[in-house]
Design a protein around this ligand. Structure first.
Ligand code: FES
Length: 148
C-alpha cells in the first residue's frame, strides 16, 4: 500500500468517526430533557386516620397532613428559606429544617430562623368517597381546616 493511499484512508476514517460522534451528540441534543414530577394531588387517607395530634409526612409530595382539634389540615414541607425538605421531630413536636436550622411549629409558624415566612398551608378536602385529597399546588390561607 502506498503511503498516500494509507493517509487518505486514515483521513476518511477520522472524518467518519468525527461524523458519527457529532451524530450521537445531535441525537442526544434532540431528546427531550423533561423532569417528571409526581402529580400535585394525592389521597392522604380517610379522616379517621388523622386523630388530633397526628402528623403524617408524605415524602413523595413533600407535604404534611396534620390532625387537629375537630379537623385536618395540610402544609407544604418545603422550607421557606432555601427550599430544603423539612422533617417532623416527634420528640420535640416541631418541624425542623436540616439545612440551616429553621424550626416551625405544627401550624407552620417560624419559631427559629433563618426561614423568613411560615410554611404555606395547602388545600385538603374530601373527595366524596370518604378520602381526603391534598393538592400541593393550591395554597390556602393558614387556618383552613377541613372539619371531620
Ligand atoms: S433551607 Fe431551611 S433553613 Fe435554610
Amino acid at each position: 500500500m502506498k503511503r498516500r493511499d494509507f493517509l487518505t484512508m486514515a483521513g476518511v476514517g477520522a472524518c467518519a468517526c468525527a461524523a458519527a460522534g457529532a451524530g450521537v451528540v445531535t441525537l442526544d441534543f434532540l431528546q427531550p430533557k423533561v423532569l417528571f414530577e409526581p402529580p400535585t394531588r394525592f389521597v392522604a387517607g380517610t379522616a379517621l386516620e388523622f386523630p388530633e395530634g397526628t402528623v403524617r409526612f408524605d415524602r413523595e409530595h413533600r407535604a404534611y397532613v396534620i390532625g387537629a382539634s375537630g379537623g385536618v389540615y395540610a402544609m407544604t414541607a418545603v422550607c421557606t428559606h432555601l427550599g430544603c425538605i423539612t422533617r417532623f421531630l416527634s420528640d420535640e413536636n416541631v418541624i425542623a429544617c436540616p439545612c440551616h436550622g429553621s424550626r416551625f411549629d405544627l401550624e407552620g409558624n417560624v419559631v427559629h430562623g433563618p426561614a423568613p415566612r411560615p410554611l404555606p398551608w395547602i388545600e385538603i378536602k374530601p373527595d366524596g368517597a370518604g378520602n381526603l385529597v391534598v393538592d400541593t399546588a393550591s395554597l390556602v390561607p393558614a387556618g383552613t381546616i377541613v372539619r371531620v
